[in-house]
Design a protein around this ligand. Structure first.
Ligand SMILES: NC(=O)c1ccc[n+]([C@@H]2O[C@H](COP(=O)([O-])OP(=O)(O)OC[C@H]3O[C@@H](n4cnc5c(N)ncnc54)[C@H](OP(=O)(O)O)[C@@H]3O)[C@@H](O)[C@H]2O)c1
Length: 335
């Protein structure tokens, strides 16, 4: 081994070497600290958050695209401090605190250090803790994209009042969707489990349905409202036939968990010229939107609801908790 190689700095990381295996497929390893390439920054991580897509990739649900190779260090949503910058980086310098989206192809969040693209990294002011910031990339950006780009809601309170339904309001995406929807001129109906009803009201929801009751399962608004927009975040599918009778004449369901039945319903709506629409959504991460969310957190208009915090040495607990599907808010891993 050369002297240079011996001097290579190692870091702790958690990775998997093949598809499947769940939490027990994760391995604790020591690997070299990555070097930032052109347009990249090296971050010393302070927090990463779990998203269901992390374990879906491990399950092989997104093969052959993700992960592009094994071993793979998972997790895409992080906050940390810049320690080194690659060539051409202009926005950041060592010592800056940031939030970054690492992309599904790269991952790398379950580690002590990671390289991030400058273009998907935003500054994090002191008012925004690492855990608050790390929750935002996938879950916050998806909630924002669903409400603004897909549903056309203004988050400055302007525009006609809209009735909005948010399913799985206690989940990572849903908790942001409730808070963001209430920044607009809205009446928000949310669904969650019985244990979270009061909590979701405290986030601003006007009425909350227990999804395990008959009314909740049927998505019927307690105040008799018809929904102009539904943001469907529940990982368990809810058929179009359940949404449809609860929508206003031009009501729209934004489905962030589309499955085969979604595409069949969309085809049927097209053939019947239905004014009620079902729209699938795939996140398109943009740094200006991430910056906007960080500013909302700084201004106290948005918060990341934290389900639990786990040290990197117990990352498999965070992984298992996400697979279990009953988190209230975001699951955090701290190096
Ligand atoms: N399209 C995209 O680009 C995109 C982006 C982000 C996420 N997603 C997907 O969106 C889904 C949600 O993500 P997430 O991060 O919010 O998941 P999550 O945090 O794991 O969601 C867990 C929460 O969902 C609640 N829940 C489950 N089924 C429900 C139902 N039928 N009605 C009401 N609440 C229900 C659970 O409540 P209980 O504990 O009470 O059961 C729990 O609080 C996942 O499938 C994810 O992959 C897609």
């Amino acid at each position: 081994m050369t002297l240079a190689a011996m001097a290579t700095k190692l870091m702790r990381a958690v990775q998997y070497n093949s598809y499947g295996g769940g939490a027990s497929g994760l391995k604790h390893v020591e690997v070299p600290v990555p070097t930032p390439k052109k347009g990249e920054i090296l971050l010393k991580l302070e927090a990463a958050t779990m998203n269901p897509v992390d374990w879906r990739i491990q399950k092989g649900k997104m093969r052959p695209f993700f992960p592009p190779k094994f071993p793979h260090i998972p997790a895409t949503d992080v906050a940390g401090e810049v320690v080194e910058v690659g060539k051409g980086v202009q926005k950041f310098k060592p010592g800056d605190k940031v939030v970054a989206y690492l992309t599904l192809a790269n991952g790398g969040g379950l580690a002590e250090f990671v390289t991030a693209s400058e273009s998907l990294t935003v500054a994090r002011p002191p008012e925004v803790s690492a855990a608050q910031g790390a929750g935002l990339p996938i879950a916050g950006l998806t909630a924002l994209q669903a409400l603004t780009q897909a549903a056309g809601l203004n988050l400055d309170g302007s525009g006609q009042k809209k009735n909005i339904l948010i399913t799985a309001a206690s989940g990572g995406v849903g908790q942001y969707a409730v808070q963001l929807a209430k920044l607009g001129n809205t009446h928000v109906t949310a669904t969650c489990g019985a244990r979270n009803i009061e909590f979701i009201k405290s986030l601003g929801a006007d009425e909350v349905l227990d999804y395990k009751t008959p009314e909740g399962a049927a998505l019927i608004s307690p105040s008799g409202r018809k929904y102009d927009i539904a943001v469907h975040c529940a990982i368990t599918g809810i058929p179009w036939s359940t949404f449809k009778p609860n929508l206003s004449a031009n009501g729209k369901v934004i489905n962030i968990t589309p499955g085969p039945s979604t595409w069949a319903a969309i085809a049927q709506n097209t053939l019947t010229f239905s004014k009620k629409q079902l729209v699938p959504l795939l996140l398109w991460a943009k740094s200006e939107n991430l910056d906007y969310l960080v500013k909302l957190v700084k201004e106290g208009k948005l918060k990341t609801v934290i389900d639990s915090k786990h040290p990197l040495s117990k990352a498999e607990d965070a992984w298992a908790k996400s697979i279990d599907g009953h988190a209230t808010g975001k699951i955090i891993v701290e190096p």
